[in-house]
Design a protein around this ligand. Structure first.
Ligand code: KG4
Ligand code: ZN
Length: 335
């Protein structure tokens, strides 16, 4: 079954064609990073308008790269939430129009279900069900038990900022531009993670919730007291901040794995592209005896292949969206 996936929930316009939820035939992402960089974050109105311009070209490019015409498609999967509603509506309406015109089935997909499906793409070594997922993106940070394909139980979540949001906000206040995760990781490589003593949020061992806004405030307070750092001092601050975020993510994840009694962990979402986090979780898995599954970095950040992979299971199970398929900015993860 060849599924066309479409995604426009935030600042990437994406189309992909995936066969049987596993094999990527085409994966096209038009990023708006340059558009939003000057503002230090995503401007919703600009995002919606850029999606309108990009959506048809990315779909045409996906068909071209896959060497398929419309007749080669068996169904569509479109992100229906959560996200920016004006942005979501662009891919959603494009998908509904194609489904209507071509008589194809279409399903709406939860964006995080997409992130949690990326690990099954182009990979024979995949997690079994149930397993635990650490989902870390710009909008969400949660520990989730994936009980079956398309079924989830949230174990814990952040009480304030998402991990990616903390990276982005700290990068912005250090003048490093948007998105911040990549810039901080690059600078952190030349810094000493023990140079500055940032706190570890919610330190009680049995506490599985996350909190990152205090780390951001710690950096802001440090900059007020010491001025904007440069050179080695900047690298040390980035390394120390990154270490605090990674320590927190890894500590809570180890405890959740222990409490649930799970032996398999998948790491998903844009922050999963972070090399320090990946390395720390591999080491934790070796120490605690769990196996870590992580998609390649390009499938960790927003893309439509993960949406097609998630939609494949729904279409294969007979699910069909009706003409009332609509965007939901606050869509809950299916249980
Ligand atoms: O999943 P994603 O592409 O979009 C959302 O659904 O939010 O995640 C984007 C987030 C941004 O906050 C970005 O700064 C972060 O992922 N990110 C990283 C890295 N690459 C992307 N954070 C830390 N290290 C990275 N290498
Ligand atoms: Zn995402």
């Amino acid at each position: 079954m060849k599924v066309l996936g479409l995604e426009s929930s935030c600042d990437e316009t994406a189309a992909a064609i995936v066969e049987d939820g596993r094999r990527i035939l085409a994966d096209v992402v038009a990023s708006q990073v340059d558009l939003h960089a000057a503002f230090g974050g995503v401007v919703p109105e600009l995002a919606s308008r850029a999606h309108l311009v990009e959506i048809v070209p990315v779909i045409e490019e996906a068909l071209r790269r896959a060497g398929l015409g419309w007749d080669g498609l068996d169904g569509l999967a479109v992100t229906r939430g959560p996200g920016l509603v004006g942005a979501l509506l662009v891919a959603l309406q494009a998908g509904k129009a194609i489904a209507y015109a071509r008589g194809l089935p279409v399903v709406g997909v939860h964006h995080l279900e997409g992130h949690l499906s990326a690990v099954f793409l182009e990979n024979d070594d995949v997690p079994a069900f149930p397993h635990v997922a650490l989902l870390v993106s710009g909008g969400h940070t949660s520990l989730i038990e994936v009980t079956a394909p398309g079924h989830f139980r949230e174990i814990s979540r952040t009480r304030d900022d998402a991990a990616g949001e903390a990276f982005d906000k700290v990068a912005k206040l250090l003048g490093l531009g948007y998105p911040g995760g990549v810039a901080i990781e690059r600078l952190a490589r030349g810094g000493d993670p023990r140079a500055l003593k940032l706190p570890r949020p919610l330190p009680a061992r049995s506490e599985l919730d996350f909190s990152f806004s205090g780390l951001k405030t710690w950096v802001l307070t440090w900059v007020h007291a010491n001025g904007l750092p440069e050179g080695q001092a900047l690298a040390d601050l980035c390394a120390s901040f990154q270490r605090a975020v990674v320590d927190s993510l890894v500590g809570k994840t180890r405890e959740a794995m222990r409490q649930v009694g799970a032996t398999q962990l998948q790491l998903a979402g844009g922050v999963a592209a972070n090399g320090a986090l990946r390395a720390a979780l591999v080491a934790a898995g070796e120490a605690d005896g769990f196996h870590l599954f992580v998609p390649p970095p390009r499938l960790c950040t927003d893309n439509a292949a993960m949406i097609a992979a998630a939609g494949y299971h729904r279409l294969a199970a007979g699910e069909r969206a009706g003409p009332d398929l609509n965007a939901d900015a606050n869509l809950a993860l299916p249980s």
